[in-house]
Design a protein around this ligand. Structure first.
Ligand SMILES: [Zn+2]
Length: 456
């Protein structure tokens, strides 16, 4: 047993410089508790073997501290970093992993230390492996498998088989898309429970929000299905006129149905990933031409931005995004989001990046701004990106807080984020798996990515 461990450790040391990074002392920081909203002032964080070993009162450094790398936190504020729980990792089909690696830096540079990838591909498993083994630096990744949709599912048996295959392949999560029948959804849900793999996504129209929740949807993406669930039973939805996400029907919502939906969501323990910024940018009335010139677009390939412009302009030309149509829908979504939040339904920080004008990492700050505008408190917003996703994954006692014994993933910012959310946009440094990455390095990586995508 001892010998086995030694051999393992020996190889691990050779292969994993990050996993076995040296001890680190981050001195002179204020630690934000996202659990209580309190501040531990003037502390030193001792990081060892990728974990937070101790949080020490200033001046109380551990023995031998002169031999440990010390970073001066300079009175900055430390919080657990952000989780982007609706991300889409780039797919590598030709062996090039450039875009995948670039998005790792886009996330870190924005203080995102965890992502849940919501549309899987086998190349993502390789990416996760490279990160977990310390060959590549990046946020920690939870990976959904390839989508379950009208095009990939043929019948309940095949759907169940696909669940087992994805679990076997090493995916952490299943992604549900529109077009499934109720029988197919039941088969997926039942097998997912047997295989102990969480599932979530869109709510197929035939399934409906009530069946989706009852089947055990762990997360409902985009708060999908709730509006349809609030429409009068007598109304038939005509997809040719109802607009994207049926946004033209918002005015017909019957709010008196909401308490029952809230109760069902709470009873089933489902989480919501609101992706407010997706609706603001993709289906909002602010024109494509405004977003196309936003500064962060320079970090993505020109053809992708052009594709986004084309997609949105098509909706604009069809008159689907006229302000008088869209503004009431966006207002409805905000109200729904806040009603569900106030009722105690857990919300996951999620921006759907990269999806129409939502650039990985940067888009999380738009989501934060929109949650704040809708009325969520700063502390609750920070929780959606830390404690809540940790609980979602069933790992609430190992990450999501800056606490002794927790994973050493956290972010240093200039101001107290409980008072100033904008400070989150410019991390002074990021600790990921116990490794310190300073602002200078983050900026170097951003500059490098920008150069890779210079437009002629
Ligand atoms: Zn998505």
């Amino acid at each position: 047993m001892y010998l086995k461990l030694s051999v393992f450790t020996f190889f691990a040391l050779l292969l994993s410089p990050i996993l076995f990074a040296q001890d680190l002392l981050l001195t002179g920081v204020h630690v934000v508790s996202v659990e209580t909203g309190q501040l531990l002032e003037n502390r030193t964080i001792h990081v060892s073997n990728g974990k937070i070993k101790a949080i020490i009162t200033a001046g109380d450094l551990p023995q031998g501290s002169q031999n440990i790398t010390q970073i001066d936190g300079n009175g900055g504020f430390v919080f657990p970093g952000l989780a982007e729980f609706h991300a889409h990792l780039p797919v590598s089909t030709d062996g090039s992993t450039q875009l995948q690696e670039e998005s790792m830096w886009l996330y870190l540079a924005n203080g995102v230390v965890r992502i849940r990838s919501m549309l899987g591909h086998s190349s993502h498993l390789e990416l996760r492996e490279r990160i977990n083994s310390g060959k590549l630096i990046g946020p920690r990744i939870v990976i959904s498998g390839p989508s379950f949709s009208a095009t990939t599912v043929t019948d309940p048996q095949q759907a169940a088989e696909r669940v087992r295959e994805q679990k076997q392949a090493g995916y952490d999560h299943l992604k549900i898309h529109p077009g499934l029948t109720l029988e197919e959804m039941k088969a997926i849900a039942q097998t997912a429970k047997q295989e102990q793999i969480p599932f979530g996504g869109h709510v197929p129209l035939e399934v409906g929000i009530r069946n989706a929740l009852q089947s055990g949807f762990k997360s409902v993406e985009h708060i999908d299905g709730y509006m349809e669930g609030l429409l009068p039973a007598s109304l038939t939805i005509d997809p040719t006129t109802s607009g994207p996400f049926n946004l033209n029907l918002a005015s017909q919502v019957d709010w008196s149905k909401l308490p029952e939906l809230i109760q069902l969501t709470l009873t089933q323990g489902s989480y919501l990933a609101p992706t407010l910024t997706l609706f603001d940018r993709y289906f909002g009335y602010i024109p494509a031409d405004t977003f196309r010139v936003a500064p962060e677009m320079k970090y993505l390939p020109g053809p992708l931005i052009q594709q986004w412009v084309n997609t949105k302009k098509q909706l604009e030309r069809a008159g689907m995004l006229d302000k008088e149509k869209v503004a009431p829908y966006l207002a409805f979504r905000r109200k729904l989001f806040m009603e569900l939040h106030r009722a105690g339904i857990p919300m996951l920080m999620a921006s759907d990046s990269p999806q129409v004008f939502n650039v990985p990492g940067f888009s999380i700050h738009h989501e934060i701004a929109l949650m704040s505008e809708a009325g969520m408190s700063n502390l609750e917003i920070l929780k959606t990106g830390s404690i809540v996703p940790a609980q979602y994954m069933g790992t609430g006692s190992s990450w999501g807080q800056v606490k002794e014994g927790f994973d050493a993933d956290f972010v240093l910012v200039e101001n107290n984020p409980l008072l100033d959310l904008k400070t989150l946009q410019k991390p002074l440094g990021v600790v990921i798996r116990g490794q310190w990455v300073e602002r200078k390095e983050l900026q170097i990586q951003l500059d490098r990515i920008e150069k890779n995508h210079l437009r002629n």
